[in-house]
Structures are given as C-alpha cells and as structure tokens.
Design a protein around this ligand. Structure first.
Ligand code: HEM
Length: 142
C-alpha cells in the first residue's frame, strides 16, 4: 500500500524514468527512428503527467519539507531548487508547443523549438532527482 510518505520516492523515480525516456527518444531521432522517437516522447509526456498529478497530491497533503543542510551545500541546494522550479514552469508550454508541431507534422518548426525543449526538460528531470536526494536522503530534517 502506497502512503503519502512514499510519494517523494515515487516522484523521484518518475523523474528518473522520464530522463531515461527523453535520452532514449533523442538517440532514436539521431538514428532517424521516427516512430520509436514518437513512442518514447509520448511515453515521457505520459510519465510526466503522472509525476505532476502525484507531486501536486503530495504537496496538497504533506505541505513543505525544510532543508537541513547548512553552509555551501545550502547555497547549492537553493541554486538547484530555484533553477529547477523556474524551468519546470517553463517546460509545460514548451512541451505542449513542441508536441503540437510534431503531431501536426510541422517538423521544421518542431525541431527548432525541440532543441530548447529537450535540454530544458532533461535539466528539470535530473535536478528533480537531485533535489529529492538532497532533501530526503542526504540532509533529512528531524
Ligand atoms: C514533446 C515531445 C518531443 C520532444 C521534446 C522532441 C524532441 C526532438 C528533438 C530534440 C529533435 C531534434 C533532433 C536533432 O537535433 O537532430 C526532434 C526531431 C524530430 N522529432 Fe521530435 N520530439 C518530441 C515529440 C515528437 C513526436 C510526437 C514526433 C512524432 C512523429 C516527433 C518527430 C520528430 C521528427 C520527425 C524529427 C526530425 C525533424 C527533422 O530533422 O527535420 N517528435 N524531436
């Protein structure tokens, strides 16, 4: 049975899964495997929607968790957290536009914006895992 306190680990796992799907999708399109690229990217979008639902549910029920690290590690943590949060908001419209161009077969425009969307999305996924590790595993409070 999954409880609210299991959700941060589940969310970090979903972040890791979407990072793996994104890199695999990128490698697929570099090899011109279009339908594989399409399937992997649509899976990454699906996993990210699950993540978002679970993330919002967790924060609605559990509130906020304080970071207990001090000194340099605290500065690093907040630099990662702030950049992660700002870019996480930016990828929502970026992914919608990138996906819309692809599904309408406007591939020149798709590729142009995807070159921004892809690295931004990957940064958000990887820093999401880092924030989880720093907050819940490496510097747990209480
Ligand atoms: C939001 C999801 C998606 C992202 C982030 C994404 C990302 C990318 C990236 C980064 C490239 C450029 C690769 C390069 O630099 O050579 C690309 C190209 C491409 N993508 Fe996607 N993709 C997504 C969804 C899709 C979907 C659903 C399709 C459906 C068929 C698709 C079809 C293509 C095609 C055909 C190209 C090659 C375009 C060209 O080289 O002219 N993509 N995509």
């Amino acid at each position: 049975m999954i409880t609210v306190s299991d959700l941060p680990a589940l969310n970090a796992t979903l972040n890791g899964l979407s990072a793996v799907l994104l890199v695999s999708a990128y490698l697929a399109i570099r090899r011109r495997r279009v339908s594989l690229h399409r399937g992997l990217m649509l899976s990454a979008v699906g996993v990210s929607i699950l993540f978002l639902a679970s993330y919002l549910y967790y924060h609605y029920h559990a509130g906020t968790t304080r970071f207990s690290g001090t000194g340099l590690v605290r500065v690093v943590y907040f630099a990662i957290l702030i950049s992660h949060t700002i870019l996480a908001m930016a990828i929502v419209p970026l992914v919608i536009v990138t996906l819309t161009f692809a599904l309408r077969e406007r591939f020149v425009k798709h590729r142009r914006i995807a070159r921004v969307t892809y690295p931004t999305w990957l940064y958000v996924s990887v820093t999401g895992i880092l924030v989880y590790l720093m907050l819940y595993q490496w510097f747990p409070s209480g």
